[in-house]
Design a protein around this ligand. Structure first.
Ligand SMILES: *[C@@H]1O[C@H](CO)[C@@H](O)[C@H](O)[C@H]1NC(C)=O
Ligand SMILES: *[C@@H]1O[C@H](CO)[C@@H](O)[C@H](O)[C@H]1NC(C)=O
Length: 334
């Protein structure tokens, strides 16, 4: 009797954990695909209402601010918009020219490398003035950053956007807490954005206006108004935000680069990247669509999961027919 009850309880626990695991797996795979899958499995557990992917989208609302310039509106910025940027709850390009089709805002800052910091300040002020209450997290990225939005949301989900925190790839600098790499993208909580605007941007003591690197200066301002530099590494200590592109990271992190002395946490060169990775940097024009394909389209056959039985084999007759058809194919590329 007791044994039966024990078995039942154990079975229930395993069942529940498997259900959670399954939900998690579908959540981190393609957002659109998973809507359908999660809805299906949810039906059997009597979970009415939106799927986990939908909930995540609506409960962890991310406004994306992408740093670009007019010469990139039709190139990199357009690629961002047609790929990962489309998954932001709101996408705004920080530029020096309005472009309604793209969603670019003229922030009235002259295009110059040493003005990038002024431009990001203006962008973060703009987001605060217009969208503060409508979003939970505020991501700053470059137009050559690639972000896996689903993984960003899932990572942020446990955290309160009213906590003063920001996440990204942490770099070392002269002040002890470091700052987040601009190229990997960094994300501010709502309270971090509020503090920045209320107490830092109008105060040259906390947040001097100069021509230094954007990421370092914003990090400094945030630190001065009590915003904590969060740790976004996974349980194995692998980075989720990456200031390099996959070709710089695999098969090993390339050392001897300018970056080496910047790492806040010394990376494991042989195991660079988290399985729940959030971002890459140095995305080239042809990379955006390639990443999309590998992340959102390519399906690797997962036999036990996708198949209940193997497909029938062709008969000799059918096989011959196939060979004949293939043999007669001609190029349509004149
Ligand atoms: C930029 O300047 C123009 C003209 O003064 C103004 O209308 C516009 O609101 C400014 N843009 C921002 C984002 O401040
Ligand atoms: C900045 O603005 C905040 C909020 O309006 C105010 O309390 C603070 O005194 C201002 N700081 C400076 C240096 O003007």
């Amino acid at each position: 009797m007791l044994r039966n009850v024990l078995c039942l309880v154990l079975g229930l626990i395993v069942g529940i954990q498997l259900t959670e695991l399954w939900d998690y797996m579908t959540l981190i795979s393609d957002e659109y695909e998973s809507t359908a899958i999660a809805a299906d499995t949810a039906a059997s557990t009597a979970l009415d209402g939106p799927s986990l992917a939908d909930r995540l989208y609506h409960e962890t609302r991310v406004l994306c601010l992408v740093l670009t310039m007019p010469t990139q509106h039709k190139t990199k910025a357009a690629k961002v918009k047609s790929t990962w940027g489309a998954r932001c709850n709101k996408l705004i390009f920080m530029s020096s020219q309005d472009d309604d089709a793209l969603g670019a805002v003229n922030l009235n800052v002259t295009e110059r490398r040493e003005n990038l910091y002024a431009k990001v300040r203006a962008g973060l002020a703009y987001a605060y003035q217009h969208y503060m209450e409508d979003y939970d997290w505020f991501l700053k990225a470059d137009d050559d950053t690639y972000v896996v939005m689903e993984n960003l949301r899932l990572f942020l989900y446990p955290y309160d956007p009213e906590a003063a925190v920001f996440f990204g790839h942490r770099f070392r600098t002269s002040y002890p807490h470091g700052y987040m790499s601009g190229g990997a993208g960094y994300v501010l909580s709502r309270d971090a954005l509020r503090r920045l605007n209320l107490f830092a941007l109008n105060n040259t003591k906390f947040c001097p206006l100069n021509t230094q690197a954007e990421d370092r200066q914003i990090g400094h301002c945030l630190l001065n108004v009590g915003v904590v530099a969060g740790d976004s590494r996974d349980e194995l200590g692998r980075e989720r935000f990456l200031p390099l592109s996959p070709r710089h990271l695999m098969p090993n992190i390339q050392y001897g680069t300018w970056l080496e002395k910047y790492y806040f946490f010394k990376p494991n060169t042989n195991d660079c990247c988290s399985d729940s990775l959030i971002s890459f940097h140095y995305t080239k024009m042809h990379d955006y669509d390639m990443y999309e394909f590998f992340l959102y389209h390519l399906q690797v056959a997962d036999l036990p999961k996708t198949l209940s039985s193997l497909p029938p084999r062709l008969s000799d007759e059918q096989m011959k027919e196939k060979l004949k058809i293939w043999d007669e194919q001609i190029s349509d590329n004149e």
